[in-house]
Design a protein around this ligand. Structure first.
Ligand SMILES: *[C@@H]1O[C@H](CO)[C@@H](O)[C@H](O)[C@H]1NC(C)=O
Ligand SMILES: *[C@@H]1O[C@H](CO)[C@@H](O)[C@H](O)[C@H]1NC(C)=O
Ligand SMILES: *[C@@H]1O[C@H](CO)[C@@H](O)[C@H](O)[C@H]1NC(C)=O
Ligand SMILES: *[C@@H]1O[C@H](CO)[C@@H](O)[C@H](O)[C@H]1NC(C)=O
Ligand SMILES: *[C@@H]1O[C@H](CO)[C@@H](O)[C@H](O)[C@H]1NC(C)=O
Ligand SMILES: *[C@@H]1O[C@H](CO)[C@@H](O)[C@H](O)[C@H]1NC(C)=O
Ligand SMILES: *[C@@H]1O[C@H](CO)[C@@H](O)[C@H](O)[C@H]1NC(C)=O
Length: 516
């Protein structure tokens, strides 16, 4: 989806002081910006992105065009070694969010074509980011996803893929909290909704904030249908579960009495999968002036979607939680034989129902966070989900293939890591190999009683001090323990010395002090 990049697109929206009792909360972030940026007329303020990511470089576009302020800066990610570049946002576990990412290339890398790359949300590959066509048409691009936070943070990442030539980048991110009732027919434990289209029919202008307090964009849609109607304005939509803005019902497409109305919407061919579809209708005639009703059948690609829909001046919505679609879509409204006025439609939303890719088992994710925190300089991609997506796991981290993957090996040999090794390493109970040799880690080596799967442990060539942990003797499967090149002291536990089938390396000096 695209937006115009120039200032005037919001100028038609009147100044409005928003004061609903349930003011939605949203984080609006202008990436790469040094200062707050306020959108003219709406007063909506975007904040800089510094507090939400530790990676990437900022830049301002060199352009003479009068761009929307949030598109004038961006953050790009030149580090080719990192497996992903993440933003992390605080979230309320179990709450629903709309996340929108906005991209405007603007030739920041002196190239002619925007780079193509991936975007990731949590442990799920969300989509390809390909802004080539929009950019060629002088437009910015945006992507939207609706999901429920399954942990106390939301991570939004971009990542290189095999098509990426220059650096991935991002212009803005919006994280808006939604009401529980919105889109609640979706099983958000297993799915997210990816926006395909959100349209108002029969109008020229986009609806956005403040008319839609959830910052949703309702893009204008007009096709070759001639009939366009306007409604009486006042309408309360607070009872609608999806909280569409009343303005979405202000106009609609219609046709004359007795005729079928065919609407080719959404206007793009769709990949074959399941979609959430919500359609909005309202009789445009003033209430109580008539004894005729707008009654019609709704079909999608010839299949019954809803029969005998009786559209009144209060407005009505019909939806399908998972409707299979493929290619072009045709929405047909067939009037009841007795109906003396034509059918009409005002607005629609369509989302792809996207299965979530899972996430690292909580115990391992928390332990990895703590281990990361205890390093002074963890790898730059140690943010977001540690294991998922599999191609974008943290550098040095290998995971099992389960739905909730576990960390099975951790290898940061010779990474120049300093700091200490956190005791939470003991919580990575599926760990088979722990290789941290050739770094600058100091402090004592934590006990690892719970690492019952451990096979090899390489902590050589660091600055660890203190004793060899007693727990090493209890690790049944371990057959290699390398501790040489540290500043350890005290005896090697006798039970460890007596273990069979194990290679233990300690510093020669240390060896001498061991009494057998
Ligand atoms: C990006 O930022 C890093 C760290 O600040 C810096 O070392 C690097 O030179 C920058 N890269 C570019 C291409 O400006
Ligand atoms: C990106 O989009 C352009 C224009 O639609 C297309 O030609 C190109 O193949 C796409 N790139 C990838 C990697 O999908
Ligand atoms: C990229 O290409 C490599 C080698 O051709 C392949 O192994 C890898 O799976 C590809 N990655 C993606 C994300 O397609
Ligand atoms: C969705 O929200 C509405 C309004 O709160 C409620 O009546 C309905 O039962 C909810 N549906 C589901 C599936 O939770
Ligand atoms: C349509 O709804 C109105 C108001 O609820 C009702 O009076 C009317 O009988 C209904 N018409 C049909 C055909 O169902
Ligand atoms: C993780 O490790 C810490 C420190 O050893 C411990 O306090 C905590 O209970 C462990 N948590 C889990 C889930 O095992
Ligand atoms: C540790 O140091 C020794 C001696 O300098 C070297 O041979 C070995 O390769 C080093 N191992 C690692 C993992 O850095």
């Amino acid at each position: 989806m695209y937006l115009s990049i120039f200032l005037p697109w919001l100028l038609c929206i009147p100044l409005f002081v928003h004061s609903s009792p349930h003011e939605p909360t949203g984080l609006l972030i202008s990436c790469g910006s040094e200062t707050k940026q306020t959108v003219p007329d709406t007063g909506v303020t975007y904040i800089p992105d510094d507090g939400f990511t530790l990676v990437g470089n900022k830049t301002a576009l060199q352009t003479k065009d009068k761009l929307l302020p949030i598109l004038t800066t961006l953050r790009y990610f030149p580090d080719t070694a990192a497996r992903k570049y993440c933003y992390t946002f605080q979230a309320i576990k179990g709450s629903k969010y709309l996340v929108r990412t906005i991209y405007y290339y603007g030739g920041f890398d002196s190239g002619n074509e925007p780079p193509v790359f991936d975007q990731i949300i949590g442990g799920t590959k969300w989509s390809l980011v390909n802004t080539t066509e929009d950019y060629a048409n002088g437009l910015s691009s945006y992507y939207e996803i609706i999901l429920v936070a399954s942990i106390k943070t939301l991570s939004v990442c971009v990542a290189r893929n095999n098509h990426t030539v220059s650096s991935p980048f991002i212009s803005a991110i919006e994280v808006i909290s939604l009401e529980d009732s919105m889109y609640n027919s979706t099983d958000f434990g297993a799915h997210a909704l990816v926006t395909v289209a959100r349209s108002r029919f029969g109008h020229e202008d986009t609806i956005s904030f403040p008319e839609d307090p959830y910052y949703r964009l309702w893009q204008p849609f007009k096709d070759d249908n001639e009939g366009v109607v306007s409604s009486q304005p006042s309408l309360s939509t607070s009872d609608f579960w999806n909280k569409p803005p009343p303005e979405a019902f202000a106009t609609g497409l219609t046709t004359s009495a007795g005729k079928k109305l065919d609407v080719k919407w959404p206007p793009v061919p769709l990949p074959s999968t399941r979609y959430y579809i919500s359609l909005y209708f309202r009789d445009n005639r003033p209430p109580k002036t008539t004894s005729t009703w707008r009654v019609f059948n709704v079909a999608v690609n010839g299949e019954t979607f809803y029969n005998n829909l009786n559209v009144t001046t209060d407005g009505v919505t019909v939806y399908a939680a998972e409707w299979p679609l493929s290619g072009h879509t045709l929405i047909s409204l067939t009037p009841d034989a007795k109906s003396s006025i034509g059918p009409l439609i005002n607005a629609g939303e369509i989302y792809q129902v996207m299965p979530l890719g899972g996430q690292t088992l909580m115990q391992d994710a928390i332990a990895m966070e703590e281990v990361s925190r205890s390093f002074d300089n963890p790898p730059s991609d140690w943010t977001g989900d540690p294991c998922l997506p599999h191609e974008n796991s943290w550098t040095g981290v290998t995971c099992s293939n389960e739905k909730m993957p576990r960390v099975s090996s951790l290898d940061l040999s010779n990474f120049g890591i300093s700091g200490v090794l956190d005791a939470n390493i003991n919580n990575l109970t599926a760990l088979h190999h722990l290789w941290l040799g050739g770094n600058k880690l100091s402090g004592s080596i934590p006990e690892m009683y719970s690492l019952t799967q451990l096979e090899t442990l390489h902590l050589e060539n660091n600055s660890f001090s203190g004793p060899v942990p007693k727990s090493f003797a209890t690790l049944k499967g371990v057959h290699e323990i390398f501790l040489q090149g540290n500043k350890l002291d005290g005896p090697i536990p006798r039970r460890l010395q007596e273990k069979k089938g194990i290679t233990i390396r300690v510093s020669p000096k240390y060896h001498l002090s061991v009494r057998w």
